[in-house]
Design a protein around this ligand. Structure first.
Ligand SMILES: Cc1cc2nc3c(=O)[nH]c(=O)nc-3n(C[C@H](O)[C@H](O)[C@H](O)COP(=O)(O)OP(=O)(O)OC[C@H]3O[C@@H](n4cnc5c(N)ncnc54)[C@H](O)[C@@H]3O)c2cc1C
Length: 393
C-alpha cells in the first residue's frame, strides 16, 4: 500500500513534532520551513506532564532532561507589593503520583533540538517560504516565494500564528486587540537573585500586570514572562524588542526584589497579545491545521507548545490508522482535538482577568481562594491527557 505524500508547512515545535510522530508511525513526510536554519528564539517555556509524556514516547525525554530543569515548586503565587506567598504547589512527588510525569522548564531551542533528533535526516527543507495555498480539485497546491510548486496528497499547516494555510482555509479574519502585551527576557543565573534560581515557577500578580519566572537551560538562565497593558502597542512578532527600562516602568512600585530581577535582564522581547476566536473547523479535504495555526492561545496556562505536540501525536495516529483515506483521518483528528484546544483557548483567555485584579474585595476573595485551590488537581484534565488513550476510546 502506498504511503500518502505528506507535506508539513512550518518547522517549529508543532511541525517537527508531527514529522517525528509520523516517522514513529512509519509514515514519511517533508517539512518546508522558511528559515535558513531550524532555530527558536531565546525564551523559555514550561513542559507540563502532558507534553513530557509525549517526549518520552518519542524516546527523547532522557536527552531533554539533561538540558531542562525539573520543577520542585509550581504555581507559586506572590503578592505584587511585598512578595507574600499566597499559595504554592509541591511538584516533587505530587506531579508523578497524579500524572506519572514531572513538570519541567526549558529553553525553547533545547525543546526544538530534542524533537528534531527524532526526525530522520533529509526530512526538512529549509529556506522554503510558502506564499499561497490553492486547490486543484481535491489536491492542495502550495506555492513558494521562488515559484516552486508542491502538490502533496496531504498538507499540514503548522505555520504558526500568521499561517498561510489557515488564511486559505478560514479566511483572514482580523485578530482583535486584547489590550495586553507580553514581555519575555532571560537573566543569566549569576546575575539573578537566589529566589529566582530555585527550581520553582513563580507568578507575581498585581493590578493590571503579572510576571512569571523560572530557571531554564539546566539552571544557566532565569526566564521572565511579564504581561502588561499594551497601550498603543500592537506588534505581534516574536522578534520585536523593548527595553529593560520600559519593563521596569510597568512594574513601578512592585517588590524591590522583583525589580532587581528585571534590572538584571537582557533585552526583552515584546509581543502584543491578539485575540482570535476559536475556529469551528480546521480541515478541508486533505488539508488541515496544527498548533498555533489552528488554535493560538494566550500563554497563561503555558500550554501552546504542549497542545501542538498533542496535535502531532493524534494526527500521526489518525493518518497511520487510515492511510487509504487521509481526508477521513483528518476529520477524525479534528473531531478528537478541536473541543480540547477550544477549551484551552477559552480558559487561557479568562485567566488574564483573574491575575490582574486591582486591590480590593475581589482581589481579597481571589487570594483567599488560592489557599483553598489545588491547581495541580484542578488542571487534571490538561495534565492527565494521553492521545493514545483518547484515540482508543
Ligand atoms: C510569551 C509566551 C509564552 C509562552 N509560554 C509557553 C509555555 O510555557 N509552554 C507552552 O507549551 N507554550 C508556551 N507558549 C506557546 C508556544 O510558544 C506556541 O504555542 C508554540 O511555539 C507553537 O508552535 P507552532 O509550531 O504551532 O508554531 P511556531 O512556533 O510559530 O512555528 C511555526 C513555524 O512555521 C514557519 N513558517 C511560518 N510561516 C511560514 C511560511 N509561509 N512558509 C514556511 N514556513 C513558515 C515559521 O518560521 C516557524 O518555524 C508561549 C507563547 C508566548 C507568546
Amino acid at each position: 500500500m502506498r504511503s500518502p505524500d505528506i507535506a508539513i508547512l512550518g518547522g517549529g515545535i508543532g511541525g517537527l513534532a508531527t514529522a517525528a510522530f509520523l516517522h514513529r508511525a512509519g509514515l514519511p513526510c517533508t517539512v518546508y520551513e522558511q528559515a535558513s536554519e531550524l532555530k527558536e528564539l531565546g525564551a523559555g517555556l514550561v513542559v507540563a506532564p502532558n507534553a513530557a509524556r509525549l517526549l518520552r514516547r518519542l524516546g527523547v525525554l532522557d536527552v531533554f532532561l539533561r538540558r531542562a530543569v525539573e520543577l520542585e515548586v509550581g504555581w507559586e503565587f506572590r503578592r505584587w507589593e511585598d512578595g507574600t506567598i499566597l499559595s504554592a504547589e509541591n511538584l516533587t512527588t505530587e506531579c508523578v503520583r497524579l500524572y506519572g510525569e514531572q513538570t519541567y522548564t526549558a529553553h525553547r531551542a533545547d525543546l526544538l533540538d530534542v524533537i528534531k533528533s527524532a526526525v530522520p535526516d533529509g526530512t526538512v527543507r529549509l529556506g522554503r517560504r510558502a506564499v499561497e495555498l490553492r486547490h486543484d480539485g481535491d489536491r492542495p497546491v502550495l506555492l513558494f516565494e521562488d515559484g516552486e510548486r508542491v502538490e502533496p496528497d496531504v498538507l499540514i499547516g503548522a505555520d504558526g500564528v500568521h499561517s498561510v494555510v489557515r488564511r486559505s482555509l478560514a479566511g483572514s479574519a482580523p485578530a482583535r486587540v486584547s489590550g495586553l502585551s507580553a514581555f519575555r527576557a532571560l537573566v543569566p543565573a549569576e546575575r539573578a537573585p537566589s529566589f529566582a534560581r530555585r527550581p520553582a515557577q513563580t507568578l507575581w500578580i498585581g493590578p493590571d500586570h503579572h510576571l512569571v519566572h523560572y530557571p531554564i537551560s539546566a539552571g544557566a538562565f532565569v526566564n521572565l514572562v511579564a504581561v502588561a497593558p499594551a497601550g498603543e502597542y500592537s506588534v505581534e512578532s516574536w522578534t520585536a524588542t523593548a527595553t529593560v527600562e520600559e519593563l521596569l516602568t510597568e512594574f513601578d512600585g512592585w517588590d524591590p526584589r522583583l525589580r532587581a530581577l528585571i534590572r538584571a535582564a537582557g533585552v526583552p522581547g515584546r509581543w502584543a497579545l491578539l485575540d482570535r476566536l476559536p475556529l469551528r473547523q480546521w480541515s478541508r479535504g486533505t488539508v488541515t491545521l496544527l498548533g498555533d495555526a489552528a488554535h493560538p492561545m494566550f500563554p497563561f496556562f503555558g500550554q501552546g507548545a504542549a497542545q501542538a505536540i498533542e496535535d502531532a501525536a493524534v494526527l500521526a495516529g489518525c493518518l497511520a490508522e487510515d492511510v487509504t483515506d487521509p481526508a477521513r483521518a483528518l476529520r477524525r483528528y479534528e473531531q478528537l482535538r478541536l473541543p480540547r484546544t477550544t477549551r484551552l483557548q477559552e480558559v487561557s483567555h479568562g485567566r488574564s482577568h483573574i491575575n490582574h485584579l486591582p486591590d480590593g474585595p475581589d482581589q481579597e476573595a481571589r487570594d483567599k481562594s488560592f489557599t483553598e485551590a489545588d491547581p495541580l488537581v484542578a488542571n487534571g484534565w490538561i495534565y492527565g491527557y494521553d492521545p493514545e488513550v483518547e484515540m482508543s476510546a
